[in-house]
Design a protein around this ligand. Structure first.
Ligand code: GLU
Length: 474
């Protein structure tokens, strides 16, 4: 199918899958899904000193967690060096590239001179037209692109619009270094061409590269892919995204308790919009995604928005599915393993599932869920949070001591029966319901806030609940 749309995500494996990369991957994925095309994955690992397999694994893991799939095996750019060299040989044969024998000192002098004259440092083309017979003996040449000297190179960018680069600003870039190593600029073009990429969607920090890369396509007589350079993500204050702002890896978001579906929705809205829609299912995003509705100005990363969206997704996710995401989060946080071990014991998962509807109403992240669910696995006698301890003063303890026999007498132990017992007790004692519920909540959970108190009583079960209350009345 000649007209199939092929996008690609091309991360450099020098760290985790950061949030900007995740959004680039998402846009490529949405676009390819929208058009029934493919998204390929290329690992740009030519920087051998900085590329690590751990980083490749982290990127694949991050994409998988986000629910983004790619077609075929990931392509290693480093594995394609001989193909890059082959293309350069072809360019030499066509005369669209030439050998440059400049020494590092000469290049330094060139840069110095340009600086002194207030010009940008550009290669002066001194080997462009020199005859091969002038080559110094024993010097390995670099291969440079014979770039056009006049005119302009135009990128009709799907996001940025028509961007014009005067060719005099684009010098004869190096394609192959004198040690035979292809440059990044060349490798990207050859790989995109060979992989059949039809649409390049990436951060707008690559826009100037696009002009240089276009010259390489033209030098080879290859079709230039459609380009879309998306504005970078900034912090809420408009400054460049920092760690504090959320410039973190995907695994950090998993550990902070965000759901992949919420992340996808949030990231999609970072730079792209569909009318006023804020909450969009993945299917809707696929159906609606288009480069024409990607904004031109940088989007702002806002943790509060992400949190609210995540809270929405938590409430909307069926309990059994939410539990799976919760476990995935627990597997990646400190202290999570002991909770997982507790959940694995007979009967405990049923307790968790019984508590989940009440718990997820309040939690914005899976980490908050863990926190508010912790009453389930706390062991007697419970450690009291300061505010909870304050509720268990002499009055509080006296109320619990009065309530205890009534609860003990409740043989039904349901939401309705415990509610009836507690309300009747409050009424006969002339107490407001809160006066009873507060010390009770403290005794049962060790906290001053919790899901609904009848929920807690029922989920804990009669024996455990009465035990926790009597711990506080002794
Ligand atoms: N490897 C580049 C990066 O991680 C992306 C190059 C490209 O998309 O063309 O920024």
């Amino acid at each position: 199918m000649a007209d199939q749309i092929i996008t690609r995500f091309a991360p450099s494996p020098t760290g985790y899958l950061h949030i900007g990369g995740a959004r680039t991957a998402l846009f490529n994925w949405l676009f390819s899904q929208r058009h029934g095309g493919k998204m390929l994955l290329r690992i740009e690992d030519t920087d051998r000193a900085r590329s690590t397999t751990a980083a490749v694994d982290a990127i694949l893991d991050g994409l998988t967690w986000l629910g983004l799939s790619w077609d075929g095996e990931p392509v290693s750019q480093f594995g394609r060096v001989s193909r890059h060299q082959e293309v350069v040989a072809e360019m030499l044969a066509r005369g669209t590239a030439y050998k440059c024998y400049c020494t590092p000192q000469e290049l330094d002098e060139m840069r110095e001179k340009a600086r002194a004259e207030g010009r940008p440092p550009r290669y002066d083309g001194r080997w462009r037209d020199r005859d091969a017979s002038e080559a110094p003996a024993g010097v390995a040449p670099a291969i440079r692109l014979r770039a056009p000297l006049d005119g302009e190179t135009v990128i009709d960018d799907q996001v940025q619009g028509r961007v014009v680069f005067p060719n005099k600003d684009l010098d004869d870039l190096v394609l192959l270094r004198s040690d035979g190593i292809p440059t990044y600029m060349l490798a990207v073009v050859v790989d995109d061409h060979d992989m059949g990429v039809t649409h390049i969607i990436r951060g707008d920090d690559h826009l100037t590269n696009a002009a240089r890369q276009k010259l390489i396509y033209e030098a080879m007589g290859w079709a230039v892919p459609v380009m879309a350079h998306i504005p970078l993500i900034h912090g809420p204050d408009g400054a460049k995204l920092s760690k504090r702002h959320g410039a973190l890896g995907a695994e950090a978001y998993r550990a902070m308790g965000y759901l992949p579906a919420a992340m996808r929705n949030y990231l999609a809205r970072l730079g792209w919009s569909h009318g006023d829609s804020e909450i969009m299912s993945t299917d809707e995003m696929i159906a609606w995604f288009g480069l024409e509705s990607v904004g031109k100005s940088p989007s702002r990363f806002d943790f509060k928005k992400l949190e609210n969206l995540n809270g929405h997704y938590m409430r909307a996710t069926p309990d059994a599915e939410l539990l799976l995401h919760w476990k995935a989060c627990l597997a990646h946080v400190d202290g999570g393993e002991s909770v997982l071990n507790w959940m694995a014991l007979p009967g405990n998962e049923a307790k968790v599932l019984a508590a989940l509807p009440g718990l997820k109403e309040r939690a914005k992240t899976l980490v908050e869920l863990t926190e508010s669910a912790s009453y389930l696995w706390r062991v007697r006698p419970l450690d009291m949070e300061e505010k909870a301890a304050a509720l268990l003063d002499a009055d509080g303890k006296a109320i619990l001591a009065g309530l205890l026999p009534h609860l003990t007498a409740d043989t039904e132990w349901s939401l309705a029966s415990t509610e009836a017992v507690i309300k009747a007790f409050a009424e006969t004692e002339g107490l407001k319901l809160g006066k009873v519920a507060q010390p009770l909540r403290a005794a049962l959970t060790g906290r001053a806030t919790s899901p609904g108190i009848y929920d807690v009583l029922v989920v804990l079960g009669k024996d455990e609940a009465l035990g926790r209350i009597s711990d506080q009345t002794r």
